[in-house]
Design a protein around this ligand. Structure first.
Ligand SMILES: C[S@@+](CC[C@H](N)C(=O)[O-])C[C@H]1O[C@@H](n2cnc3c(N)ncnc32)[C@H](O)[C@@H]1O
Length: 322
């Protein structure tokens, strides 16, 4: 159970202190719906030749208003005819006219940013972090750090990307001070609204972090190239020998045509990390890496292209390209 400020997932008004609980099936539905929207957004942007270099709402609005679209802005700002738009979304691949494509994109933006799509997605994810649903993923990180001899003396700085709560173990364990928490959409005080890809670069080694946590964020990033850009960017925020904690849904690693555990590890080694810990749970995999700065060499196109490792029915297309 968690506290939430504005409304329940069904739209009912609640006071700040009323805890909200969402049944697992409903959480899954919200999360699936959100991934459906960002997937369609990606297809539409490609068809419209709009480059959404990030997930930022304002950047999206700018990209959109520069390119098309009274039609699109109209949909974005007021949103209309839900049933029609939903049926359009199911056939975006076959839509041809820019006007139709722009209407769909505007509708998606409206759903994500104005109709609470991202907010409800975060809420569903936060409910998934409660103890009776497995707890937040930084529990594993803290357990590992304690095994490695780190004490609760607040000597290390941490950046938590995609932060949904100030109460996660990373914030309460006492090992880290400060913990800077950022998210595309701040869901509570203490979490800055910021896109990591737009975060100003540190000016000196001292401004860098000892730890970066990136739990269930890479899979949220819409394209393989943008995921690669995020992986490459961590380095600029990490002190030498600093640690990076990555959590991914297990199917990204064990059920993708274009990714597996070895390939992910080699990609991170190529970027100058060594692997410290790896753990697979039922649904997630947890990886702790240390930034050594020593890059492992590989064939030129090993990470700059997709390589098909498996071609089995039901596999997904998760990949990372540098
Ligand atoms: C599934 S939630 C995961 C949250 C939490 N870290 C966890 O482990 O459950 C993904 C979050 O990552 C955030 N996110 C995605 N891309 C981001 C970026 N470029 N910068 C900051 N936050 C980002 C999203 O807004 C979303 O709240």
């Amino acid at each position: 159970m968690i506290s939430r400020k504005r409304r329940t997932i069904t739209g009912r008004q609640v006071s700040a202190s009323v805890p909200v609980s969402i049944k697992p099936a409903k959480s899954r539905r919200i999360i699936r719906r959100f991934h459906f929207l960002i997937n369609k957004r990606h297809i539409l942007c490609n068809k419209l030749n709009i480059s959404l270099a990030d997930n930022d709402e304002n950047a999206n609005k700018t990209a959109i208003s520069n390119s098309l679209s009274l039609e699109l802005k109209k949909q974005y700002e007021i949103g209309t005819s839900r049933n029609d738009m939903e049926s359009y979304l199911l056939k975006v691949q076959s839509l041809q006219s820019d006007q139709e494509l722009a209407r769909c994109l505007g509708y998606i933006m409206h759903q994500i940013h104005n109709r609470g799509g991202l907010r409800d997605y975060q809420l569903a994810s936060r409910v998934g972090q409660t103890n009776n649903r497995g707890g937040d993923s930084s529990k594993i990180l803290v357990q590992w750090l304690q095994e490695m001899g780190h004490k609760s003396n607040g000597l290390l700085s941490a950046l938590e990307i995609g932060s949904l709560s100030t109460e996660n173990r990373i914030s309460t364990c006492g090992i880290f001070r400060p913990v800077i928490r950022i998210d595309l959409e701040s869901s509570q005080p203490g979490i800055q609204k910021q896109d990591f890809m737009q975060r100003p670069l540190p000016k000196s080694e001292n401004d860098k972090f000892d730890f970066i946590s990136c739990s269930l964020v890479l899979n949220f990033v819409p394209t393989p190239i943008q995921r690669g850009q995020m992986c490459a960017r961590f380095e600029q925020f990490l002190k030498t020998n600093g640690h990076l904690f990555v959590v991914l849904p297990l199917p990204c690693i064990n059920h993708s045509r274009y990714m597996n555990k070895d390939h992910f590890m080699q990609l991170m080694q190529f970027l100058g990390y060594s692997i410290i810990r790896y753990y697979e749970a039922k649904k997630l995999c947890y990886i702790l890496l240390r930034r050594t700065g020593i890059q492992h060499q590989h064939d030129d196109d090993k990470f700059s292209k997709k390589h098909k490792f498996y071609d089995k029915p039901g596999f997904n297309n998760f990949s990372i390209i540098l």
